[in-house]
Design a protein around this ligand. Sequence first.
Ligand code: ARG
Length: 257
Amino acid sequence: MQLKKKLCAALLPALLTLAATTAEARDWNTIKADGKIIAVTEGAFFPFNFFEGSKLTGFEVEVAEAVAKKLGLAIEWRVVPFDAQVASIRQDRFDFAIASHGFTEERAKSVDFAAPHYCTGGQIAAPKDGALTAAALAGKTVAVQLATSYADSAKRIAGVKEIKTYKADPEAFSALKAKKVDAWISDKWLIKATLEKNADAGIVAGEQVFVERVSAIMRKNNKELQDNYNRALAEVVKDGTYATLSQKYFKTDVSCR
Ligand code: ARG
C-alpha cells in the first residue's frame, strides 16, 4: 500500500505535465459540452491577426469570432508564435489555429485544413528602384517570416543570394526599411496595408510570385469539428458578416471566388 502511494506521488507531476500539454485534444462533443472553443493565432500579421493595444483583433480574428458565435460557443484565444502553430495543433494542444495558413501538402500531412476564409498571394516588396520581380532577385537578399510559404517561395526563385528569416513579419519589413535586405516576400494584402501605413518608407509592391488558399487548421481527422466549423463559416458568408469584415479591413472582397 505504502509503496503504491509513494509511486503515485512520484508519478503525479509527470502525469500532470502530460495533462497540461495534451489536455486539449477535444472532439466536437467535448467542445460543445464545454461551451467554449480554444483558438490559436499569432497577433503579428496585420491586418489579419494583430494587437490593437492589448486587444487581439483583425480580419481572421473577427471571422473566427463570428464562426464561434454561429456555433453557439465562446472563443478563448491563445497566442503562439507562427512557426510553432502547426506542431501545437498536431500535438492537440488547442482546438484550431487561424493565422493565415496557406494550404500546403507538407502541412496537410500533420493537420487538416478547414474551408478557406480568404484567397491571396505571396508578393515581392522592395525600394521603388529595387528588385521588384522574381528575375530581379538574382544575387539579392530576401527577408521572409520563418516557416511560411514565403520562405518556401524564396527558395524556389533562382539565383537568390541569401534568404534571411525572421520570427515575425514586422521584423522582416523593418529589415527591408533598414536596408539590411534587398527585398521582402509576404502576403499581398498585408503588404498593401503595411505600405499604406508607411507611405514615407519608399517601399513599393512588386510582382506576385504565387497564389494560395488560406484556412484555419485543426487536428487531423477531427471530422465533426471540421464539418461544424465549415458550416458555420458558410453561414457567416451567407448572412453578410464576411462581406462586412472584408470591406472593413481591405475595402474589397478577399474571398476565394
Ligand atoms: N500565408 C503564409 C503561409 O501560409 C504566412 C502566414 C503567416 N501567418 C502569420 N500569422 N504570421 O505560410
